[in-house]
Design a protein around this ligand. Structure first.
Ligand SMILES: [Mg+2]
Length: 471
């Protein structure tokens, strides 16, 4: 029988960055592994696998301290582009199983799971959830945990309850009992202040919250209090929907590798950043009416200016000269080396992609050109195709460029967009070539393994240096 309310599945990668490193290099299996962040990859621990966690390693700890606590641990530098690629491989598979997928971070998301078990001919939700977890472990090489419940809060708590590498369902009718011992601090949205406020009402667990009068919580916390009360009583039922909020600004702020005394080099770097930001316009079919440029100097003082274009712009050849003019005005009379440059666009309009009487609209053609450039870069590597601005930057400001290690803490809106662009269903010919030889139909891979741990796809070892389109 179909459930009365929507069932929501929460999925979350286990120690995701560390798991990715193990997927990329199987020699790391069964060893304590931690990933170091920072410029040189030895700053603070940004992820540690569960073996390393047993030695007391936690995220945020200094790498030298991690080495002291766990001398046999392996410190690996982060490979953010690979994490992004593996993340999309996971979401590509999840998308196959649900009408609504809401990614919330690089390794986390929610699925409408109400009809999924029936659609995929499974007797129970557990059967399908375990099948998906096994599929992702086998094909992507990364373990994920999952939780199922009647709301996002509950599903997430279920995942946390069973982590790592496991699944937990809170069946309909058992919500209140499951939640009763859970401390309120465990909930997303309850930090110090709200926890203190709840404690003053006598509630430290959700069981306590369930006993508080609903009206009291509503008066104290508004809508949040209402939802909290319903959750604690096991009566919160949600309908999953993507946020789908429109983009209000696109910006980039980059601290230079060192304080740059050469303003011309800093300008070339700023133009290069501008070009990178503009690629987002084409990806999201936008043009901007307003732009601002901001320059920060060594003493952390900054100067900035806002520009309003007469008409919305999207082409580097229109935008670059304005950036250059504003930059020169800003730094005129300045003497200090430059520490940071920022470019910011807002006030967007959609690109005009309708064909007119004489053929495709110029904005459509320009976007197609951009997609062709992206396809070339996906094949031959990033920056294999150079624009004039890039060429100039590379010849005169190469010391500022380099591969930027940008951490992929992607906002939900951007994740939704990326996942929205993934192919609708998973067919063999839509798979990344790296999976071709490792790809087996699900049933076959299941029966071969007997449900135990599955071998990693053979292609993994070779894939580390692959360029990714979603960098
Ligand atoms: Mg995670």
């Amino acid at each position: 029988m179909a459930p009365r309310h929507q069932r929501i599945l929460h999925v979350d990668g286990d120690a995701f960055f560390a798991s990715c490193e193990i997927a990329l290099d199987p020699a790391l299996r069964n060893r304590p592994v931690y990933v170091g962040g920072g410029r040189r990859g030895d700053g603070i621990v940004i992820a540690a696998n569960y073996i390393a966690k047993r030695y007391g390693l936690i995220t945020g700890m200094a790498c030298f301290e991690a080495r002291r606590k766990c001398p046999e641990g392996v410190l690996v530098r982060p490979h953010y582009n690979e994490y992004r690629r593996l993340s999309l491989e996971i979401f590509k598979r999840l998308k196959h199983y649900t009408p609504t997928l809401v990614p919330t971070s690089i390794d986390e998301g929610f699925l409408d799971f109400t009809d999924s078990p029936r659609v995929f001919a499974c007797r129970t939700a557990t059967e399908l959830a375990e099948r998906i977890r096994r599929q992702i472990a086998a094909e992507v090489g990364v373990p994920i945990s999952a939780g199922l419940g009647s709301s996002r809060w509950l599903a997430k708590l279920a995942t946390e309850h069973c982590k790592p590498d496991s699944f937990c369902e809170v069946p309909e009718g058992q919500e209140r009992a499951f939640l009763a011992p859970v401390p309120v601090r465990k909930l997303t949205g309850i930090a110090k202040r709200r926890a203190l406020a709840l404690r003053s009402l006598g509630a430290t667990t959700l069981g306590d919250v369930a006993r508080l009068p609903l009206e009291m919580l509503r008066r104290r916390f508004g809508v949040f209090g209402l939802e909290l009360s319903l959750l604690a009583r096991g009566e919160l039922h949600e309908t999953l929907a993507t946020a789908n909020n429109a983009r209000s600004c696109i910006s980039s702020a980059t601290t230079l590798p060192y304080d740059e005394p050469d303003y011309e080099a800093a300008l070339l770097f700023l133009l290069d950043q501008t070009e990178r930001v503009i690629t987002t316009f084409f990806r999201e079919n936008l043009k901007a009416r307003e732009m601002s440029v901001f320059v920060r100097f060594r003493d952390l003082e900054g100067v900035g200016r806002n520009v309003r274009f007469p008409a919305a712009q999207f082409e580097p050849r229109e935008i670059d000269p304005v950036v250059e003019r504003v930059f020169r005005e800003l730094v005129a009379g300045q003497r200090q080396p430059i520490r940071q440059v920022c470019i910011h666009f807002c006030n967007f309009e959609p690109l005009d992609l309708q064909p007119d009487l004489f053929g495709d609209h110029p904005e459509f053609k320009r976007r197609e050109l951009h997609h062709a450039m992206e396809a070339i870069e996906a094949r031959y590597g990033p920056r294999s195709l150079k624009t004039g601005a890039r060429l100039l930057a590379e010849s005169q400001a190469a010391h500022l460029l380099g591969e930027k290690a940008k951490c992929p803490f992607v906002p939900q809106r951007e994740m939704e967009l990326k996942v929205g662009q993934l192919p609708e269903t998973l067919r063999e010919n839509t798979l990344d070539p790296v999976y071709k030889e490792a790809w087996l139909p699900l049933e076959l891979s299941e029966s071969k393994s007997g449900g135990g741990s599955l071998p990693l796809p053979r292609a993994w070892g070779r894939s580390t240096s692959r360029a990714t389109k979603f960098g």
